[in-house]
Design a protein around this ligand. Structure first.
Ligand SMILES: Nc1ncnc2c1ncn2[C@@H]1O[C@H](COP(=O)(O)OP(=O)(O)OP(=O)(O)O)[C@@H](O)[C@H]1O
Ligand SMILES: [Mg+2]
Length: 476
């Protein structure tokens, strides 16, 4: 049987809930989605963007739920066969209460990660690095919003040694309540960049919103900031103003507390030497790219500050694998040769697009192979969107990309800018490019595909994975 996460009594107390019916077993996990719910989990009937979870309570029991958490005003409206219920005023508020209770009962050291790009990548690297020293609990996928953070906290087993919480935002004011729930010992701001600019006047405003992460740091906690970030001075200032007691910086800039002395980028990994708060280290990072190595500096800083064994953390990073949609690699058989596919389909903004182009430039092409970039619109960039798309042209040229496929209305401007300089093809949608891309590919090529999630570049990835035989496990 799975381990107990919460007793029903604890759930009742933490959420001030009323129990209707009998629950046989302790709750082994928490779910907000009946399609992935496991036996004896508690189902939380959260209201999503499209559906209200209360409509699926019967499905939860069919899937094996031990109990469901529902709101008082839905009690008469539930349909189908139900089971034991925990009744609360508001389900999301109850989940937040449970998240706070989970935080209060554990002795785990907690790290919160925010930033404009690379939160999930850094969270997964923290999971890998901290796992060498103890039991880690980390967020699933990108669960970083108003329900993702409380759900992650509420799912944290009591005997966790290290908790890793990703915190995202689209608007000012969103991080403060989330970080207050998490009460981290260590807070990382990975970077501050033009992402989701839609809700913000400029990037400085984004820096202010990210700095809300300082509002929940526990007394004596530490902020980890990126010394190479353009707005490091502003971030430091905001940390001071928020009363943060300890600030640690990471990067290549002189004087960074976690300083990267040397970095060698390879096609499938990176090797670096660094001084991590006084400890000299040589580290192999199992996933390639300067951006991943930079994230690793923040990760090592956090590991040390959280009391993990730093040497073990460093060694563990050799096993790091790029996350699906964020640099994951596939080797595909093409006649007697091979194509390398770099899947960056999960999201895109100017910063991560540049990082991905660097990744492509550093990849090993074989024989007649070429470096091919398939790029789609970067969404939510506000009034400067066109400028930011055109702005990629220099990087494409500098990085020596041989061929470019572009999808989406915003990418039309980059297409114009690249005309005559690089071999480009443009279409409105990725679907209109797929056949042309496949017809063009030859053995030895490395192809990198990146766009905002809404551009559905996963369709290209899936198509390529189905068309060609996959030669080895992802990450190769
Ligand atoms: N430090 C970095 N600098 C630039 N790009 C990065 C960095 N770290 C990761 N990336 C790239 O940025 C993209 C997004 O990464 P990731 O999903 O980790 O970001 P996120 O901040 O979690 O995004 P979201 O806001 O969607 O949760 C990926 O392509 C990833 O490889
Ligand atoms: Mg994320």
């Amino acid at each position: 049987m799975n381990q107990s996460l919460w007793t029903i009594e604890d759930l009742k107390t933490a959420m001030s809930a009323r129990l209707l019916g009998d629950v046989a077993n302790d709750v082994t996990g928490l779910s907000i989605d009946t399609r992935t719910l496991q036996k004896d989990e508690a189902y939380f009937a959260i209201k999503g963007d499209v559906h209200d979870g209360h409509k699926f309570v019967a499905n939860a029991y069919a899937a094996g739920a031990g109990v469901s958490v529902v709101s008082e005003d839905w009690l008469d409206k539930l349909t189908g066969e139900t089971g034991p219920l925990l009744i609360v005023q508001d389900v999301l508020t109850a989940l937040e209460d449970l998240g706070r209770a989970a935080r209060a009962r554990t002795k785990a050291k907690i790290v919160a990660v925010t930033g404009s790009v690379g939160k999930t990548t850094t969270k997964e690297a923290l999971r890998t690095a901290l796992s060498a020293s103890g039991k880690v609990h980390a967020a699933v996928a990108s669960f970083n919003n108003h329900w993702g953070v409380p759900l992650t906290l509420a799912r944290m087993p009591e005997d966790t040694d290290f908790g890793v919480i990703e915190i995202g935002m689209n608007h000012p004011g969103e991080i403060t309540p989330l970080v207050k729930m998490a009460q981290p010992h260590v807070a990382i701001i990975n970077n501050v960049a033009a992402v989701h600019l839609g809700a913000f006047k400029d990037v400085n405003e984004i820096a202010h919103a990210k700095a809300e992460i300082f509002n929940g740091l526990i007394e004596g906690g530490t902020a980890i900031l990126n010394a190479d970030d353009e707005r490091i001075a502003l971030q430091r200032d905001l940390a001071d103003k928020a009363g943060v007691e300890n600030i640690v910086t990471f990067g290549e800039a002189d004087g960074a507390d976690v300083h990267m002395d040397k970095l060698v980028l390879h096609g499938t990994c990176s090797c670096l030497t660094a001084n991590v708060l006084g400890d000299e280290m040589v580290v192999k990072v199992g996933a390639p790219g300067r951006h991943i190595a930079q994230n690793a500096l923040a990760v090592l800083a956090a590991c040390k500050l959280m009391g993990a064994d730093l040497a073990k953390s460093g060694l563990a990073l050799a096993d790091l694998e790029a996350v699906k949609g964020r640099g994951q690699r596939h080797r595909l058989a093409h006649r007697d040769e091979r194509i390398v596919l770099i899947d960056e389909s999960y999201n895109a903004n100017p910063t991560s697009m540049r990082a991905a182009l660097a990744l492509l430039a550093a990849a090993n092409v074989k024989g007649r192979g070429r470096r091919i970039a398939v790029m789609g619109d970067m969404l939510e960039l506000g009034p400067t969107s066109k400028e930011l798309h055109v702005g990629l042209s220099e990087t494409v040229i500098e990085r020596g990309i041989d061929k470019v496929f572009l999808a989406g209305p915003e990418m039309q401007s980059l297409n114009e800018a690249l005309k005559g300089k690089v071999d480009t093809t443009h279409a409105e949608k990725i679907d209109d490019l797929i056949e042309g891309i496949k017809a063009d590919l030859i053995g030895g090529d490395v192809i990198m595909a990146k766009a905002s999630l809404g551009m559905a570049f996963a369709r290209l990835i899936d198509d390529l994975l189905q068309t060609y035989e996959i030669e080895s496990a992802p990450g190769a």
